[in-house]
Design a protein around this ligand. Structure first.
Ligand SMILES: [Zn+2]
Length: 192
């Protein structure tokens, strides 16, 4: 969060990006967090948190949609790299959420089979939001972040047990593109 504040202020310190550090960590990595976020080109994890090489274990796909390979990557970060924190990061004006809303309205213009598959994974959140009377894209994005956290914890026994034993916390957060600001929405487990 301190790094994000430096980024918001326009005074990033670009830590741990020098040749010496690069050489030092070439032997092994010890990131302090894993991040699962949207692939959006404006959501570059290391830049928006003003961190460096070896700091974050980053997994991204469009709309941060849980899949088995994503669960495997995050389990690896917890079991092998022993990260104490996983951040799930969504953002405003997300194209994947927009595509899902368009699909729901019957106006989705993309034809890719696997784009449809991705959209269908976000659709339960859009359906639940509609039932609750919510139509705003940013509110749906926030709901999708919360649903993603819940799905991660319910599907991975390893992650659930790491949370229960106090070794891991999962934070769902949203990012505002124009402000550059990350805001936590939900926390599971203990954040020290
Ligand atoms: Zn997105």
């Amino acid at each position: 969060m301190e790094g994000n504040q430096r980024f918001i202020n326009g005074s990033p310190s670009h830590p741990r990006q020098d040749v010496e550090h690069r050489t030092e960590i070439a032997i092994s990595q010890k990131p302090f967090a894993a991040l699962f976020g949207c692939s959006d080109s404006r959501l570059s994890a290391e830049i928006i948190f003003d961190v460096g090489l070896g700091d974050l274990f980053v997994v991204r796909n469009a709309g941060q949609v849980i899949a088995e390979t994503i669960l495997g990557s995050l389990e690896y970060s917890v079991e092998v790299l022993e990260v104490p924190l996983i951040v799930i990061l969504g953002h405003d004006s997300c194209g994947a959420i927009q595509a899902t809303m368009a699909s729901d309205a019957g106006t989705l213009s993309t034809s890719g089979e696997f784009i449809q598959n991705l959209v269908s994974r976000i659709k339960p959140t859009v359906d639940a939001a509609k039932l609750a009377g919510t139509n705003s894209i940013d509110e749906i994005t926030d709901l999708h972040v919360k649903d993603t956290v819940a799905e991660l914890v319910s599907r991975s026994k390893l992650i659930d047990s790491a949370i229960r034993s106090g070794k891991l916390a999962v934070v769902g957060a949203t990012y505002k593109l124009a402000l550059g600001k990350v805001t936590p929405l939900v926390t599971v487990g203990n954040v020290n």
